[in-house]
Design a protein around this ligand. Structure first.
Ligand code: GUE
Ligand code: MG
Length: 285
C-alpha cells in the first residue's frame, strides 16, 4: 500500500513556483500578490489563512490578509472586493468561506474579477471548466488531480471513479476534471442508495462528504486508489478525514492521509493559480 504524500508533492510544486518567482525578482519584475479576505474569527478559517500566508512567504510571493469584522454588511464587503479588483498590484483574490449569515455568498463570489478568481468559484470559471476551456480551476480538485498524476495515474480511460459529495467546491469540479481525463464518473451523495456497494465498484474513490471516517475497508475494491478530502474533528477533537485510514489501508493500492494529503496540495494549487493569474495579467499589458 502506497501512502500518497500530499505534503511532499506540494513541496515539489512550491519549489517550482519559488524558482519562477526568484527569476521574476532577478529580472526586476513586479512580484505576484495574493489578497485574502477573512471575515470574523472562525477558528478553522484563521488557521487556513495563516497556512496560506506562511506558504506565500516561503515561496517569495506577496500576500496580504484583509481582516474584516463579523458584522460587516454586504455593501461594505462588495466595496472591498471592488477595490481589490481594481488594484493592479493584486493578482489573486480569495474570500475565505464560510461567510457570516447576513452575507449572500453567491453575490460575493460573483463580484470577484474572474481573472483574479484564484479559487475558481466564479460562474465564468466554472462554465469554462465545464466546457473544457482554459479556466482558473478550484484548488482542491486541481490538487487531487496532481496527486493522481504523481502516482502515475494520468489517462483514466476505462477506469471507474466515484466522487462521494456534490459540493460546488470539490465534488462537482473534481468530477469534471476526472471526466476530462476520460474516467467513467459516478457522483454519489447523501441521497444515494446503497453507497457502499456502489463505491466497491470503483477504481478511484474521492471522499468529500464531511463525515468522519465514513469510508471503510469493505467499501473499497482491492487495489483501488483512495483520496480523502475530509477535514473533520473526531469525538476526541483529533483531525481526521472521511476515510477510516487504518481500516482502508489494508485493501487500497494507494491512499492519501489526513493531515498531510489533500490539504497541503490545496494550498500549493492556490499559489500556482495566483502565479498563473499574474502571468495572464502581466502578459496582457
Ligand atoms: N475561499 C476559500 N477557499 C478555500 O480553499 C477554502 C476556504 N475558502 N475555506 C476553508 C477551506 C478549507 N481549506 C483548507 C486548505 C488547506 C488545509 C490544510 O493545509 N490542512 C493541513 C493541516 C490542517 C490542520 O492541521 O488543521 C493538512 O490537511 O495537512 C485545510 C483546509 C481551504 N478552504
Ligand atoms: Mg454533499
Amino acid at each position: 500500500m502506497q501512502i500518497i504524500n500530499g505534503k511532499a508533492i506540494a513541496q515539489e510544486v512550491k519549489d517550482g513556483l519559488c524558482r519562477k518567482i526568484e527569476t521574476l525578482r532577478q529580472q526586476g519584475k513586479r512580484i505576484p500578490k495574493l489578497s485574502v479576505v477573512l471575515i470574523g474569527t472562525h477558528a478553522a478559517s484563521a488557521t487556513y489563512v495563516r497556512n496560506k500566508e506562511r506558504a506565500c512567504a516561503a515561496i517569495g510571493m506577496e500576500s496580504d490578509t484583509i481582516r474584516l469584522p463579523e458584522t460587516i454588511t454586504q455593501e461594505e464587503l462588495l466595496a472591498q472586493i471592488e477595490q481589490l479588483n481594481e488594484d493592479p498590484m493584486v493578482d489573486g483574490i480569495l474570500v475565505q468561506l464560510p461567510l457570516p449569515r447576513q452575507i449572500d455568498e453567491r453575490k460575493v463570489l460573483n463580484a470577484i474579477d474572474p481573472g483574479k478568481d484564484v479559487d475558481g468559484f466564479h460562474p465564468v470559471n466554472i462554465g469554462r471548466l465545464l466546457i473544457g476551456e482554459p479556466a482558473s480551476v478550484p484548488c482542491t480538485p486541481k490538487g487531487i488531480i496532481r496527486m493522481l498524476e504523481a502516482i502515475g495515474l494520468d489517462d483514466l480511460s476505462g477506469r471507474h471513479a466515484i466522487v462521494i459529495g456534490r459540493s460546488n467546491i470539490v465534488g462537482k469540479p473534481i468530477a469534471l476534471l476526472l471526466l476530462a481525463k476520460h474516467a467513467t464518473v459516478t457522483i454519489a451523495h447523501s441521497r444515494t442508495a446503497d453507497l457502499s456497494a456502489l463505491c466497491r465498484e470503483a477504481d478511484i474513490v474521492i471522499a468529500a462528504v464531511g463525515v468522519p471516517r465514513l469510508v471503510k475497508a469493505d467499501w473499497i475494491k482491492e487495489d483501488a486508489v483512495v483520496i480523502d478530502v475530509g477535514i473533520n474533528r473526531d469525538e476526541n477533537g483529533k483531525l481526521c478525514g472521511d476515510v477510516d485510514f487504518d481500516d482502508v489501508k489494508n485493501v487500497a493500492q494507494a491512499l492519501s492521509p489526513v493531515p498531510g494529503g489533500v490539504g497541503p496540495m490545496t494550498i500549493a494549487m492556490l499559489l500556482s493559480n495566483t502565479l498563473a493569474a499574474y502571468e495572464e495579467h502581466e502578459g496582457g499589458r
